[in-house]
Design a protein around this ligand. Structure first.
Ligand code: SF4
Length: 418
């Protein structure tokens, strides 16, 4: 039996495929391209209607690439859009979650397969570069916040925290396997350790970071995403540690407090501004990246202008701008919708501003050609000549850098990869 792995969606979906990959390695099951596979496992996403479409297209394309293989489809998309996946002829098996996928694969491995696998070591382990250069570590899953536009709570369930020692063990294993960077991921990791994600005051995320710093030798820790409501003096203090990447993906969502209220977010624009300013004051060269939804139901021209002014006043290192996407069975779906052309127009305007700020941020971290002295950054090499700085800038430099190795570099304009 040979399997192929594919996905759409977030780092959690990738983490789940990494779990199947580790199972395959332990079970000596070759992971190959879909053209050679007997089964292709597709992890799906449903965060927006675009994600739904992409997930369905991926299943169809996979089957068309190799009609003989069987597709195993699971994940948030398969869970929340079950009927639409059941109608797709290219779906052979629709599964609830990761354990049911691994359970199914285990059954498929019969002795004969295992004996044959042992004889010839698995060849052509195909998996994308992402997992080769840094390791994802899921610390938390699910959420209790019920933001009015979000179906993740229904797709991934209520919040649950992973035991601390399990996380430490996994990171130490990654260190032993030669990884120098881990990316802490989850659905709402800022609430790690809290009895509910709606109780930021109970968060033990700062403690988690301290324990990782104390009990592992990992060189770089990257944090996947944090809500503004989870910042505390304790967290600001530990974020200054040089082993923590100077990159905070702050899920801002809007710069208008009245829109944030309709989204049922747990902070307002002033709170967000405080977090942005404190991080910039505390950590030189920090990259604050974010996601912003425009065209949220009932968003007026004034409210959109508030978001635009917020971003102008608080420049960001990178912003993903999303036109609001209606999700069935959410409160926001019942609100008065903003016309699509208005959403698109607003998204274009804000993305243009954000892209300019991205260039300004990179310029602020880079030496003009010819100048020698200046900022030093740590670069994790993802291939011989390409890497990522701790503050989220992609760079290139000739040389036979070892993948996963870290070097200290002075960034020059010609090193910058767009
Ligand atoms: S915090 Fe809000 S947007 Fe994020 S997963 Fe939870 S409910 Fe969804």
């Amino acid at each position: 039996m040979k399997i192929a792995l594919k996905m759409t969606g977030c780092k959690n979906n990738r983490y789940e495929l990494d779990q199947i990959l580790s199972w395959a390695i332990k079970s000596k099951v070759p992971v190959v391209r879909e053209e050679e596979a007997d089964f292709c496992i597709v992890n799906t996403c449903t965060v927006t209607h675009v994600a739904d479409k992409k997930s369905r297209q991926m299943v169809r394309k996979t089957k068309n690439a190799n009609p003989k293989l069987k597709t195993i489809v699971f994940g948030c998309g398969a869970r929340m859009q079950k009927e639409s996946f059941e109608e797709i002829g290219e779906v052979d098996y629709l599964m609830e979650d990761l354990p049911s996928v691994i359970g199914f694969l285990e059954e498929k491995i019969n002795d004969k397969t295992r004996r044959r696998a042992i004889d010839c070591a698995p060849s052509g382990m195909e998996f994308n570069d992402f997992s080769r250069s840094r390791a994802l570590v899921q610390v938390q899953d699910g959420c209790d916040n019920f933001c009015t536009y979000c179906i993740i709570v229904s797709a991934r369930g209520r919040s649950r925290n992973r035991p601390l020692d399990e996380i430490i063990d996994e990171i130490n294993k990654h260190v032993k396997n030669g990884y120098n960077e881990v990316v802490l991921t989850g659905i709402n990791i800022g609430a790690y350790g809290a009895s509910s994600t709606t109780k930021p005051e109970e968060s033990k995320f700062a403690e988690l970071l301290r324990t990782i710093l104390d009990k592992t030798d990992i060189k770089r820790i990257r944090i996947s995403s944090l809500g503004p409501e989870y910042f505390s003096d304790e967290l600001y203090k530990v974020l200054k540690n040089p082993r923590i990447c100077r990159h905070i993906h702050l899920s801002i969502q809007s710069g208008s407090s009245s829109v944030l209220k309709r989204m049922k977010r747990q902070y307002d624009a002033k709170d967000t501004e405080k977090v942005v300013n404190r991080l910039k004051n505390d950590i030189s060269g920090i990259a604050i990246t974010t996601d912003i939804i425009v065209g949220f139901p009932e968003e007026s021209d004034e409210e959109f202008k508030e978001t635009l002014d917020f971003v102008k006043k608080n420049p960001l290192a990178k912003a993903h701008v999303f036109p609001y996407s209606v999700r069935k069975n959410t409160l926001a779906a019942k609100m008065e919708q903003v016309p699509d052309e208005v959403k698109k127009e607003r998204a274009k305007k804000l993305q243009k501003l954000a892209d300019r700020q991205r260039e300004d941020f990179i310029k602020s971290q880079t030496l003009p050609t010819g100048r020698q002295v200046g900022k030093k950054v740590s670069v994790l090499w993802e291939s011989e000549n390409e890497g990522l700085t701790d503050n989220y800038i992609r760079v290139q430099k000739k040389g036979d850098h070892e993948v996963r190795s870290i070097t200290i570099e002075k960034l020059t304009e010609k090193m910058i990869l767009k």
